[in-house]
Design a protein around this ligand. Structure first.
Ligand code: IDP
Ligand code: MG
Length: 139
């Protein structure tokens, strides 16, 4: 399988709950490498662009309010099959359905506060990495 890069967001609920270290530790322990990282509070524009695919959903307003509600630790994570393997490490979108052993299954309870974002395809990863990082922020 190919080496891939994926955008991982340790979302505001995770930073507020002081779970950023725990979550980053799980990503590193799985064997992934960090290629970029920064702590920032997403602007409304960034939040809306990041979640553009959900613009028509009834929860879009709540989702943008959530992602802009405080600092997010944004990461570019690299490794073999990183996109799909990180999605499995993160767990199902609704923490109530997430398996034990996943980040959401162990540490979260309900939506939208599900702690982590991971890109869902190579095209999403490319789009999202470009949204959150400039090329000179990647190592
Ligand atoms: P994902 O984060 O697992 O890729 P998506 O379906 O892309 O899940 O949804 C993006 C984010 O929107 C979720 O992580 C969650 O925070 C939030 N979300 C999804 N569905 C709902 C919902 O029904 N109510 C409230 N928030 C939701
Ligand atoms: Mg998604």
């Amino acid at each position: 399988m190919a080496t891939e890069r994926t955008l991982i967001l340790i979302k505001p609920d995770a930073v507020r709950r002081r779970l950023a270290g725990e979550i980053l530790g799980r990503i590193e322990a799985r064997g992934f490498d960090l290629r970029a990282g920064k702590l920032l509070t997403a602007s409304r524009d960034l939040g809306e662009r990041h979640y553009a695919e959900h613009a028509e959903k009834p929860f879009f307003g709540e989702l943008v309010a959530f992602i802009t509600s405080g600092p997010t630790l944004a990461l570019v994570v690299e490794g073999e099959g990183a996109i799909a393997t990180m999605r499995r490490t993160i767990g199902a979108t609704n923490p109530a359905d997430a398996d034990a052993g996943t980040i959401r299954g162990d540490l979260a309870m309900s939506m939208p506060d599900n702690l982590v974002h991971g890109s869902d395809s190579p095209a999403s990863a490319e789009r999202e990495i470009a949204l959150w990082f400039s090329t000179d922020e990647l190592v």
